[in-house]
Ligand binder design. Structure first.
Ligand code: ADP
Ligand code: MG
Length: 238
């Protein structure tokens, strides 16, 4: 549970075509990283996968179900943003609980999930604090925890480490890798950081100007880049 199929997805904003025909298959449990320069369409593709944005044409299927006709609560997707997107007036615990409450999850089950997620992410000491009382790294762990408690089959991360300093980036990256091993969920992760891509990915998707340049494992891309663009991006010698 957690496979993804993207079929010839195009997306235009007015006259500007931002996604120019994306085809991709992600199998259950895979960690897939989208890389590419700023403005190439990574966030737009992620938003289309999440169903936050309709595609102009093409389809996104999650376990065979078209995202655009599945109600948000039934999609099994949780997204983590660069800017954390926490509710400032709610405690850490209530930030994590809110989506579950809205979905009608029983209180005891909410407690159970928050306990597990906060242990995984070392958030137990901060559950009664508000976001303003946390560091950037802690805030991002809360945002990740909020995704985890929803028990999604598909996690979407949009440059989650971009606002963190170098040391925290490494730590948080390792936590995300550990989370992937534990949860065995499918994860799609957007970054423009080559090290993040190479260390996290089972499979890297190199995007450029709304198209896929190449799909492959980190070693495949490094050893056999399809073209100069991929070589330049992955840092291989071609
Ligand atoms: P990336 O995440 O790779 O940096 P984005 O997907 O955010 O790129 O953006 C791709 C292109 O689409 C950019 O040129 C951006 O300006 C444009 N774009 C994104 N969202 C919108 C929108 N809501 N309306 C108009 N143009 C948009
Ligand atoms: Mg982006």
């Amino acid at each position: 549970m957690g496979s993804l199929k993207i079929e010839n997805v195009k997306k235009a904003f007015g006259p500007v075509e931002v996604l120019k025909g994306i085809d991709l298959e992600v199998t259950d449990g895979e960690f897939v990283v989208f890389v590419g320069p700023s403005g190439c369409g990574k966030s737009t593709l992620l938003r289309v996968i999440a169903g936050l944005e309709d595609s102009t044409s093409g389809r996104v299927l999650i376990d065979g179900a078209d995202v655009s006709v599945t109600p948000p609560a039934k999609r099994g997707i949780a997204m983590v943003f660069q800017t954390y997107a926490l509710y400032p007036h709610l405690t850490v615990k209530n930030n994590m609980a809110l989506g579950l409450k809205q979905a009608g999850t029983p209180a005891a089950e909410i407690e159970r999930r928050i306990k597990i997620a906060s242990a995984m992410l070392s958030l137990e000491p901060y559950l009664e604090r508000r976001p303003a009382e946390l560091s950037g790294g802690q805030r991002q762990r809360v945002a990740i925890g909020r995704a985890v408690v929803r028990e999604p089959k598909l996690f979407l991360f949009d440059e989650p480490l971009s606002n963190l300093d170098a040391a925290l980036r490494v730590n948080t990256r390792l936590e995300i890798a550990q989370l992937h091993r534990r949860l065995k969920a499918t994860m799609i992760y957007v970054t423009h950081d080559q090290v993040e891509a190479m260390t996290l990915a089972d499979k890297i998707v190199v995007l450029n100007a709304g198209r896929i340049e190449q799909i492959g494992s980190p070693m495949e891309l490094y050893n056999s880049p399809a073209n100069e663009f991929v070589a330049g991006f992955i840092g291989s010698p071609k």
